[in-house]
Design a protein around this ligand. Sequence first.
Ligand code: ADP
Length: 596
Amino acid sequence: MKDKLGVANLVQIVPHYSPLEAVFLGALNVCGGIVPTVYLLATSKFIDSAISFSKNGSGKNSIFLFIFIMVICTAYMWLYPLLVELIATKLENNLRKSFRIDLTTNIASVRYDYIENQESMDLISRVCREPEARASQSYQRMLSAFGLILKIGGIMVILFLRVWWATLVVAGIAALVFMVAMKGGEENYEAERLAEKHNRKAHYLSEVLQGRDAVHERTIFDYSEKVNEWWHSQYETARKIKLSASLKWLKESEISGILTSLMILGIILVLVVPLKNGALSIGLYISIINSIIALIPDLSWELPEYTEAIAEDKEYLSDLSGLLKLQHNKEWLSTPSSKVSDVESIEFRNVTFSYPGLCRDVLKNVSFLMEKGKHYAIVGANGSGKTTITKLLTGLYNDFSGQILINGIPIGAYSSSELKSMFAIVYQDFAKYGISLFDNIAIGNVNNFDEDKVYEAINEMELSSLIESLPEGVLTSLGRISEGSVDLSGGQWQRIATARALVSNASVRILDEPTAALDPISESKLYENFEKINKGKTTILISHRLASTKLADVIFVFDDGSIVEQGNYEKLMSMDGIYSTMFNSQRSWYIYGTEE
Ligand code: ADP
């Protein structure tokens, strides 16, 4: 795929993925454009021959020849849409197999900050809505428009050779209609772009109203009516934006339609003059009039429709080109390196970082050293920069100042594949896959699959009794996506997500507050268990609940992007600083907390 795309690129994209069908469709449309002119000429000759036959009995054979040509043309015009549909379906299937995959691969490797950015996510969602259908339809529309131009051009040439001025009038009208339609198309796509923002919000709110994630809160808080109002307002805004653009376009099309019809009728009347002085034969006059009448819907509806759609395609292509211009990191598609490097040390030296487009620093002059085999905890209030540390460590962002060193070597010197193999992370918003329990864990290391490791992780995360209670044991399908699937509690899902990280060969294991579903006591238990399992390995626990970090060798206390205290539990408590204050204020959770 090229970097800059225009409508002409459709002529390259589609044939690139489905050459045979693309050429076939092209040939059909060229014939479809030429046939009406042949039909016009055959009809005019037929009428003139029929008249001369009726006058002096000559030209019988040519009458049959012209009838034969007319029948062939009619048959072609009848078969043409059927053939186009057949081939277009095949073409779309080919695009689905290749173009969509290329696009998905492309998106999978865009730089991480685009994924976290609303605008680029909107762009991606616009481009990826049935891309194969869009590409195939756009291509067909271009060919149809080309066919239509050939059709109009053929009639014009015949007309020009007899009455040149009438041709100029028709060309003028066509140009006017074309311009109005082009503008309408751009406006329509712009409206779609605006409506997209509201549609996304409406879609999200409908998920809140109907999805499973919020089912309990929906019942308890009884907010459905309120959220419904929000949903309706977003939906209505999107609908009104699109409606007003469509109405505007309809009005413009109506005016150009009426104008076209009136002017073409005028031309028909004017052509009586050349008919009278012999510049046009009766046959040609009747055929040209027929063709011009047939042109009315073409000029007033089809041409504007095509041009409007082509203008939309142009906008789509500019989006597609925008997407291709997003900076990529092809390396992200790489699998974790099979050669796992041992992480002896991780060091941050005066690291300062801000997210793209954010006007403040999220990490401010952060320095710390982590050594192999020790347990670390990063604590601090929400938004203090804890998760950002993991994003930098895994190479998702590299635009920081200061130095991040792994084994004394700057992080930039490692490939994405090497970094992936160093860290196993259980994220805050870990995924719940609707596949078997076994695969839910094994997916953590598909590239170096080791069945024994999966069972080891099952034991370590104490999942055996859960598995025994499931109808098909480890092979039970989880979630609620298919019949016979079993859904689990938040805590059980959480243990599975943690087991997924354990099957990896990574030497550093990170738990990034994967505990939203857990009460404080269960969270503490999870962390204790995690540290026990990972004895001898480097672990990093990220949490805003302090009691769970008591066992860590070193605790880093983050506040507003800086490390304000560090040391082990005893040291931090004796400092009487932020940690001990927060610890004491959270103590009540553990007294009143309940088990999972
Ligand atoms: P924590 O993990 O401590 O809750 P984070 O590291 O996730 O905090 O975030 C630190 C700060 O950076 C927060 O103020 C958050 O709003 C901001 N932030 C996080 N991700 C982004 C992003 N992609 N773009 C802009 N700001 C972000």
